[in-house]
Design a protein. Structure first.
Length: 97
């Protein structure tokens, strides 16, 4: 439960930061008016929010998977080291081949 809470909290903070950054850039230098005058894109602010959500969810899942694998690897290294340091060295060298 704590894992999912922290995961959601990190994703939410990242989404807020990235959305604010992109919206500020969208409104700077009259980019809003240029897009509106072209008329090629409807609801660009909604698209920013949707794209940020999709990007953060994808990156968050990949990042957490990598962190989880590294922590699992560290735990297994600890177990193998406790059994036999030579076994750990052998397994590590074998995985490099």
């Amino acid at each position: 439960a704590i894992y999912h809470y922290v995961q959601s909290l990190v994703a939410l903070e990242w989404r807020l930061w990235l959305t604010r950054l992109l919206v500020n850039k969208y409104f700077s230098n009259h980019a809003y008016f240029a897009l509106k005058a072209e008329g090629t894109m409807d609801n660009p602010d909604q698209r920013i929010c949707d794209d940020v959500r999709n990007f953060v969810e994808s990156c968050n899942s990949v990042l957490l998977a990598v962190v989880q694998k590294i922590l699992s690897m560290g735990a297994f290294f600890g177990v193998l080291w406790g059994i036999s340091p030579e076994l750990l060295l052998f397994c590590f060298l074998y995985s490099l081949m």
